[in-house]
Design a protein around this ligand. Structure first.
Ligand SMILES: Nc1ncnc2c1ncn2[C@@H]1O[C@H](COP(=O)(O)OP(=O)(O)OP(=O)(O)O)[C@@H](O)[C@H]1O
Length: 291
């Protein structure tokens, strides 16, 4: 019988994640299912790695983008990589959106065990990511949103922190190298994205596909308070070309350094620091999805 490990973060989904346990087991009735509950940081990584070591066929990650990122970090390095299922219970769920997985948990559960598609996985230094790397004061502010804020405010928590950081407008100097070209910029934010869903905005990186083998980089220059709102709007609505403060490029590898200590926001959490080497692992993991 095929083996499936279900990794549930009970703190996600407004703390209702465990309610889906029975439905997942019913959906995967032809699998031997082992349930694991995370207690805190690193658990999803450890359980997912164990599933690879023990040749599980499938790993289901039940939680938000944080749980997904941790699970992928347990799988990406391993020679045997199970098919991954996602039950998205986060506030943003960018990767699930990009793979066309319903944000309705019941509909997402109905996809488990069905059609699959391979997707690219990003690597920054020795950490893996599914969706985004961000650098700059805005990226730091978003990374500092607490689990409690997200539980009570949902996506608004990100909006509050983002607006606060944009108004304070702390800039930083970074050097980015990609495709043999070097950009030395005073930035408000730099983002490197794999998919077409960025903080749930779908127009920023509309043409990207989860399996295009590319990193999509956006350098947003630091600007004066008057221009900040216009530039943010142009970024969000995909009007990059008409805004001199935004430079967009695609690459397979990006190197970034700075002369000051700068945190790296990886899939929504501050978990590393510059310097960074970012690369893409093409079609590296197979996911249950609707495509
Ligand atoms: N039992 C638990 N109680 C509290 N926190 C937990 C528990 N298990 C895991 N965590 C933590 O939850 C975080 C991940 O939460 P989640 O999956 O909701 O992602 P998220 O990044 O908060 O998602 P989103 O931003 O989309 O809401 C990780 O930091 C992890 O360490």
């Amino acid at each position: 019988m095929k083996k499936c490990m279900v990794i549930i973060n009970p703190s996600s989904g407004k703390e209702k994640a465990l309610e889906y346990e029975k439905k997942i087991i019913a959906q995967l009735h032809n699998y031997e299912v082992v349930m694991k509950e995370t207690m805190g940081e690193g658990d999803a990584t450890r359980y997912a790695k164990k599933a690879c070591d023990e040749n599980y066929d499938t790993v289901i990650l039940v939680g938000g983008d944080g749980t997904l990122n941790e699970g992928i970090n347990g799988i990406a390095e391993q020679p045997h990589r199970p098919v991954v299922g996602i039950v998205p219970l986060g506030t943003v769920n960018d990767f699930a959106r990009a793979l066309n997985i319903s944000l309705d948990p019941d509909e997402a559960i109905a996809l488990l065990g069905g059609r699959t598609r391979k997707a690219d996985i990003g690597k920054v230094n020795d950490i893996y990511f599914t969706n985004i790397i961000a650098i700059g004061s805005l990226a730091e502010a978003v990374g500092e949103v607490s689990v409690e804020q997200k539980t009570s405010l949902g996506a608004l928590a990100y909006l509050f922190e983002g607006v606060k950081a944009a108004i304070e407008n702390d800039s930083c100097n970074i050097v980015i190298t990609a495709n043999g070209q070097t950009y030395k910029e005073d930035i408000m934010i730099f983002i490197c994205v794999l998919t077409n869903s960025v903080g749930s905005f779908r127009q920023i990186n509309e043409d990207a596909d989860t399996s295009d083998g590319l990193l999509h980089g956006f350098i947003v220059k630091s600007t004066n308070t008057l221009q900040v709102v216009g530039t943010a709007k142009n970024l969000i609505t995909g009007n990059h070309e008409k805004d001199d403060n935004i430079t967009k490029f695609d690459a397979q590898e990006i190197q970034i350094k700075a002369d000051q200590p700068l945190a790296l926001n990886v899939d929504g959490d501050l978990i590393s620091q510059l310097p960074a080497k970012i690369s893409v692992l093409h079609n590296h993991i197979e996911f249950y999805c609707n495509n």
